[in-house]
Design a protein around this ligand. Structure first.
Ligand code: SF4
Length: 335
């Protein structure tokens, strides 16, 4: 198709893979290299269909529960983190585990443990049933109440109104989280806030960038899977920021050409678990339809990286053969 004057793409930067996703995917790849398939992964290593299928082709086996992993196997915990009960179950099954929990999720787990020990009731702002929320809640049973939004604040119960703190899932909308925290503060004036908010740098940066796209783009395409919390938030943030339309797509083939009717400027971004190859596919699809001018919209520069899980520096096969020891704890704190 020939180029159409006036049609352009605004491409968000930063977008796509974050340091935690990079580390988690690399951990599975390294485990496959080091030990050979199968390597079992509890839940999707990151919430992206393409990533999961690619790792499956290399020999990773994704399971929903620890009980599905054969005893003595190599198992990877996903970037979303797990509760201590899962670690204990894995140890009881003699699994050799590699913990790919994002260090920024681990930071929230540690906060939950610390506040629970100090006798606080913890208001965990997040989505009930999301793996990260389940993992964090498991760190402080009996102390955590999941708060989905301001509508939940009126019904939460606490033991002592002078000892209440809020924490949050790492991938939420910053603006919505602050609204919920504000409602909690009105209900509990002594509410303690975390030292730094828990929403991770990658979620925040991608939200800032998509807001910038929304100033001009008539349609925003967010590349990411429907299971990806941070990707879904990007669609919401774009719409709240004034974009006339925003769509979540797993890949270019999901774009409906009807969406482009009367559209001259398309914004493109991707969630923290979406690989760049999928964005490239979207840009090619758009170029074929006359959107071949691409303008980078840069709102931040990201330099953060995380080192690989420490378990990859040891021989887990030897450890699995040794008598059981204490249940392993988390990675070192986030850098
Ligand atoms: Fe870690 Fe944030 Fe990436 Fe989740 S989105 S893996 S919390 S850096």
């Amino acid at each position: 198709m020939t180029a159409s004057p006036g049609r352009k793409v605004l491409l968000a930067s930063p977008r796509g893979w974050c340091a935690g996703v990079d580390r988690a995917v690399l951990a599975v790849e390294k485990a496959l290299e080091q030990y050979g398939p199968p390597v079992y992964v509890r839940h999707e290593i990151v919430h992206n269909t393409h990533v999961v299928r690619t790792l499956e082709e290399k020999g990773a086996v994704f399971v929903d529960t620890t009980a599905q992993i054969p005893e003595g196997s190599i198992a990877v915990f996903s970037a979303h983190g797990v509760a201590p009960a899962v670690r204990a179950e894995a140890a009881a099954r003699g699994l050799a585990t590699i913990d790919a929990t994002c260090p920024l999720v681990t930071k929230v787990h540690k906060e939950a443990v610390r506040f629970a020990k100090a006798g606080y009731d913890i208001m965990l702002i997040g989505h009930e049933g999301h793996e990260e929320v389940i993992g964090t809640s498991g760190e402080a049973p009996g102390h955590i109440t999941v708060v989905g939004g301001p509508q939940d604040v009126g019904s939460v119960a606490v033991r002592d109104e002078s000892k209440v703190v809020w924490l949050s899932q790492t991938t939420l909308s910053v603006d919505e989280t602050m609204e919920t925290a504000g409602a909690l503060k009105r209900r509990f004036p002594a509410l303690v806030s975390p030292a730094s908010d828990d929403i991770c740098y990658a979620s925040q940066n991608r939200q800032t960038a998509v807001k910038k796209l929304a100033e001009e783009a008539e349609l925003i395409l967010v590349v990411g899977s429907s299971t990806s919390s941070n990707s879904a938030r990007l669609v919401e943030v774009a719409l709240h920021a004034g974009a006339p339309a925003a769509r979540l797509i797993d890949r270019a083939e999901e774009i409906d050409p009807v969406w482009l009717r009367d559209v001259a400027t398309v914004g493109v971004t991707s969630g923290a678990s979406a690989p760049e190859v999928l964005v490239t596919g979207v840009l090619e699809w758009l170029a074929d339809r006359g959107f071949d001018e691409v303008e980078l919209v840069e709102t931040a520069e990201e330099t953060i990286t995380f080192s690989l899980p420490k378990e990859l520096r040891r021989n887990l096969r030897d450890e699995a053969a040794a008598p059981p020891g204490p249940v392993p704890r988390h990675d070192p704190p986030a850098p």
